[in-house]
Design a protein around this ligand. Structure first.
Ligand code: FMN
Length: 214
């Protein structure tokens, strides 16, 4: 493998000062995400979702952010997956966005709850039909399956069960989670590892902002 010891970048693109920060971390997040979308970064709404089970065993994987408003950050998945089982046992998570081209990272920690059935159903039907069928086929998500053919056969069965023109119902095991963010961190890379970092934590009515050591 390539020797990694001397591979590193110095981050020079921007700086982040307290006076740059929006007092509302959601607005700050939306600004950074919009800048990433504007500049054509690839899937800047993809995030790493860290969970832990009741025994403390961690798990992390990528999911797509599907909404960000005052209520929290939303993603969709299979409730019987590893992450789903982790979240039922231990309903807290940390989300991580890394926008490498912008030399930025955002972390968001909070308690997690399921979104309403109505919201999950509405989003399920907004997805392409093939994705709806794939959600039915992949259950329980993350369970072993013998081979690709067995998976394709499951999908073919579903095509027969729900022919073109008939609606695909949302399965009960599929839906959204919302992270009610209690703590945010915004990280901007700076030269020589002297990065700018700010943490927002809830303080009474608003948010307390602290600069963190890099
Ligand atoms: C770019 C990308 C986006 C993904 N988006 C989702 C998603 O929105 N929901 C989801 O359940 N899995 C998504 N996945 C798959 C998950 O990373 C993961 O493999 C799967 O959900 C099973 O995770 P688990 O066993 O930890 O529950 C995505 C993977 C990648 C690489």
């Amino acid at each position: 493998m390539t020797d990694l010891t001397n591979l590193r970048l110095s981050y020079t693109r921007a700086e982040l000062r307290r006076s740059d920060l929006n007092p509302d971390p959601l607005a700050q997040f939306q600004l950074w995400l919009n800048e990433a979308l504007r500049d054509g970064l690839r899937e800047p709404y993809a995030l790493s979702l860290a969970t832990a089970d009741a025994a403390g065993r961690p798990g992390v994987r990528t999911v797509l952010l599907r909404g960000a408003d005052e209520r929290g950050l939303t993603f969709y998945t299979n409730y019987d997956s590893h992450k789903g089982r982790d979240l039922e046992a231990n309903p807290q998570a940390e989300l991580l966005f890394h926008w490498a081209e912008h030399e930025r990272q955002v972390r968001a920690y909070g308690r997690v709850e399921r979104v309403s059935e109505e919201e999950s159903t509405a989003y399920f039907h907004a997805r392409p039909r093939e994705s709806q069928l794939a959600a039915h086929a992949s259950d329980p998500q993350s369970a072993p399956i013998v081979d690709r053919e067995a998976l394709e056969a499951k999908l073919a069965e579903l095509h027969a069960r729900f022919p073109e023109g008939t609606p695909v119902p949302r399965p009960d095991f599929w839906g959204g989670y919302r992270v009610r963010v209690a703590e945010w961190e915004f990280w901007q890379g700076r030269p020589n590892r002297m990065h700018d970092r700010f943490r927002y934590t809830r303080g009474g009515e608003g948010w307390r902002i602290e600069r963190l050591m890099p």
